[in-house]
Design a protein around this ligand. Structure first.
Ligand code: BJW
Ligand code: ZN
Length: 238
């Protein structure tokens, strides 16, 4: 594969690397992606459930979805793609992992320099007092869960229409702007502002390498669009 060889050379020369990951990087660990086949839960799409409106309407339904996902994530282990990013972080003087994933598999693999754009499924937040805390139990015994103050608890994630954690996009943009190589792995790149980092990195001068089993809206404009599973392609790229 000429493209893979060229991309490998470009990555080897880069001193500064930023990476954007999405649900596809965890697909080979057995975690369903949001969009495409297997992305549905009881005929609901992520867009139907990952909203503050859905939670206000039916917190129990939304929590059932999260409980189902917690169970499946708890059984999963990092795959060779997560592990390859840990090696890359060790090898490169400047490295930032920007993830849209809430599953915690990058943490489990050992990634350290990481920005979690969409929060963490293993954290909870109180809708009354605003406190937040970790909860690693794969299944919550009583739905919906409550805070010690009696308020309704929600997952510590970012839903549609909600702002990302304060300052995090500034940090992500800084990493993208200073990257020699920007890797985009396993994301459909349809959810903003995360998706905007791809053209932003390109305009800032990075070589953009995409790894995805399908083509995306950005495949035609990146420097290398490598088609295949991340767990196979990423270790070959290093
Ligand atoms: C493989 C593979 C293998 C499979 N190997 N590849 C225009 C501009 C800016 C914003 C907007 C806009 N239009 C609309 C918006 C708003 C909205 C948005 O983007 N909507 C779009 C749907 C149009 N964005 C927001 O609302 C965001 N907030 C915001 O903009 O705030 C503004 C604001 C400011 C101030 C005050 C108030 C508001 C928030 C977005 C939050 C997204 N949340 C979710 C849920 C998180 C919690 C949870 O997980 O439950 O995040 S939705 C869901 O989508 C999740 C994901 O992180 C995100 C992205 O999905 P991802 O990772 O790309 O997964 P998939 O399934 O789509 O793709 C998987 C890919 O992998 C596929 O391409 C496969 O081919 C591939 N693949 N196997 C390699 N083995
Ligand atoms: Zn509370």
């Amino acid at each position: 594969m000429a493209d893979l060889d060229q991309a490998r050379r470009r990555l080897a020369e880069a001193q500064s690397v930023a990476v954007l990951t999405g649900a596809g990087i965890s697909a080979e660990s057995g975690i369903p992606t949001f969009r495409g086949s297997g992305g549905l839960w009881k005929n609901y799409r992520a867009e139907d459930l990952a909203t503050p409106e859905a939670f206000a309407r039916d917190p129990r339904l939304v929590w059932e979805w999260y409980n189902w996902r917690r169970e499946s994530i708890a059984k999963a282990a990092p795959n060779p793609a997560h592990q390859a990013l840990v090696k890359l972080e060790i090898d490169k003087p400047h490295f930032t992992l920007i993830t849209q994933n809430v599953d915690g598999l990058h943490d489990l693999a050992g990634s350290g320099r990481m920005l979690k754009l969409h929060g963490d499924i293993w954290r909870m937040r109180c809708t009354s007092c605003g406190s937040n805390w970790p909860d690693r139990r794969p299944t919550l015994p009583k739905l919906p869960p409550h805070c010690a103050c009696g308020g309704l608890a929600r997952p510590g994630v970012v839903w549609f229409g909600e702002p990302l954690p304060e300052g995090i996009m500034k940090e992500a943009e800084h990493a993208a702007a200073s990257a020699h190589v920007f890797l985009v792995i396993g994301t459909s790149a349809v959810v903003y502002p995360a998706a905007g980092l791809v053209p932003f990195a390109k305009q800032s001068g990075a070589s953009v390498i995409e790894i995805n089993t399908e083509s995306t809206a950005f495949s035609g404009s990146v420097d290398f669009a490598l088609q295949g599973p991340a767990g196979e392609l990423l270790p070959k790229l290093l």
